[in-house]
Design a binder for this molecule. Structure first.
Ligand code: SAH
Ligand code: SF4
Length: 417
């Protein structure tokens, strides 16, 4: 979401006549787009901003803090950091006025829908590009700062989404990832997310569609039925579970149980047995006991995700969980998250080994950073395949046979060559 927002920021500034520079020494303005979801992200970005201080003094460069940290900490950042402007995620329209010295206030009011529809994002060249279908979140998971810093849920009109995707296809992108904090609650009048996918599937020239993030409580049968039916929709689903304990899921306000989640996965796999699945796990939520942790580990083992993103619970100011008693010690949280990461690492390796022998359609994404005679390509299931090739092939579709696995990535050879 932040990469996509940065592209929107670049588009807004480009339309106001700003140019981007390769060397930061030549900049007049540095915009630091930030995340506030975890404390580590916040500490890192603050340390980075402090490193800009000598440059700011020497070159009179202005610095703006954008994004969720701007919204979360607001004007106090002007006191705490060597910066000039603070601008929240729904206020980027005012970025071009910053030069005039306007210090834009931060707030998630609903007079701004935040879609910046009058501006074209400056998209990073490549195979995949991002298309925001909704912004904000109404779920209020008790640990999460997103609803406070990104405001209420808003869906982009479907006709604007279709037009945007037609535009990116004509720019040469074969793949889009539809973005929203909870795409399953997308709503444009009577049109829901699964209807949107069906419309998008008809766009000429578009080859692949992915979306994130889905909330398990809202994953409808209509949406599940799109898998395996719509030719553009890739067989990959990111479905964050967060915890395997019903007690913790309830305290997190997630709206489903361990059993509900397992039934949902069964249903999805029955529909598309080859689907790749990934998850987010939040370890060390207040009050999480050894038994709760064991339930999460068991769930991770039983589901057998292709990939997982594991996070240590981080207390966020203003959230319900921040005031819960029984905040856990850091050592416990770290030990638990490491245990889950290690279990998932083994599962990912085993899953990748099972792919050996498969024939896969891949899109070439780039040259391997480790070996210039190799290229990296992506399967529909979001796995990376490394094979012989050249930079000129970026964007082309190949049929490959998976010949091996490095653990994280697959190795392959062209089929029929
Ligand atoms: N809307 C998406 C993503 C939200 S943020 C969703 O619901 O899945 C991405 C991930 O960050 C979450 O899935 C959660 O695992 C993690 N996260 C959110 N708040 C956190 C916190 N306070 N501490 C640690 N991780 C957190
Ligand atoms: Fe945060 Fe929950 Fe909304 Fe995701 S669904 S952004 S975790 S509040």
């Amino acid at each position: 979401m932040n990469v996509s927002d940065s592209e929107a920021i670049s588009g807004i500034l480009a339309s106001a006549g700003y140019l981007s520079v390769d060397d930061i020494e030549n900049a007049d303005l540095i915009i630091v787009n930030t995340c506030a979801v975890r404390d580590t992200a916040v500490s890192k970005v603050k340390a980075q901003i402090c490193r800009f201080k000598p440059l700011r003094n020497r070159k009179k460069i202005k610095i703006a803090v954008a994004g969720c940290l701007a919204e979360h900490e607001g004007e106090s950042l002007l006191k705490d950091l060597p910066i000039d402007y603070v601008i929240g995620p729904d206020r980027y329209k005012f970025l071009s006025e910053l030069e005039g010295g306007v210090r834009v206030s931060v707030s998630s009011t609903d007079d701004e829908n935040g879609f910046y529809s009058g501006f074209s994002p400056v998209r990073k060249k490549g195979v995949n590009t991002w298309v925001q279908v909704m912004r904000g979140c109404d779920n209020f998971c008790s640990y999460c700062v997103v609803p406070y810093v990104r405001g209420r849920e808003r869906s982009k009109p479907s006709k604007d989404i279709i037009r945007e995707i037609e535009g990116v296809v004509s720019e040469g992108f074969p793949e889009v990832t539809l973005l929203g904090q909870n795409v399953n609650s997308y709503k444009d009048g009577d049109l829901r997310f699964h209807d949107l996918l069906r419309h998008i599937d008809k766009i000429k020239g578009l080859k692949r569609v992915r979306f994130m993030t889905s909330h398990p409580k809202d994953l409808s049968d209509d949406l599940i039925n799109c898998f395996g039916e719509l030719s553009t929709l890739c067989e990959y689903l990111h479905l964050p579970v967060q915890s395997g304990s019903d007690k913790i899921l309830a305290a997190m306000n997630r709206g489903y149980t361990n059993k509900d989640y397992r039934l949902l996965i069964d249903k999805i796999r029955k529909r598309v047995p080859s689907i790749a699945l990934s998850t987010d796990i939040l370890s060390g939520f207040p009050g999480e006991s050894d038994e709760d942790h064991a339930l999460t580990l068991q769930l991770v083992k039983d589901i057998g995700y292709d990939a997982g993103f594991m996070f240590i619970y981080s207390k966020r100011k203003g959230t319900k969980a921040a005031s819960m008693e029984e905040q856990l010690k850091r050592e416990i949280k770290v030990a638990r998250v490491n245990e889950i990461i290690n279990v998932q690492m083994e599962i990912t390796k085993a899953k990748n080994s099972q792919c050996i022998g498969n024939i896969e359609e891949v899109i070439v994404e780039g040259v391997s950073p480790r070996n210039p005679s190799k290229i990296t390509a992506r399967t529909r299931t979001f796995k990376n395949v490394i094979l012989d090739g050249t930079a000129s092939e970026v964007g082309s579709f190949l049929t490959v046979r998976v010949t091996g696995s490095t653990g994280w990535a697959l190795e392959g050879e062209r089929e029929g060559v």
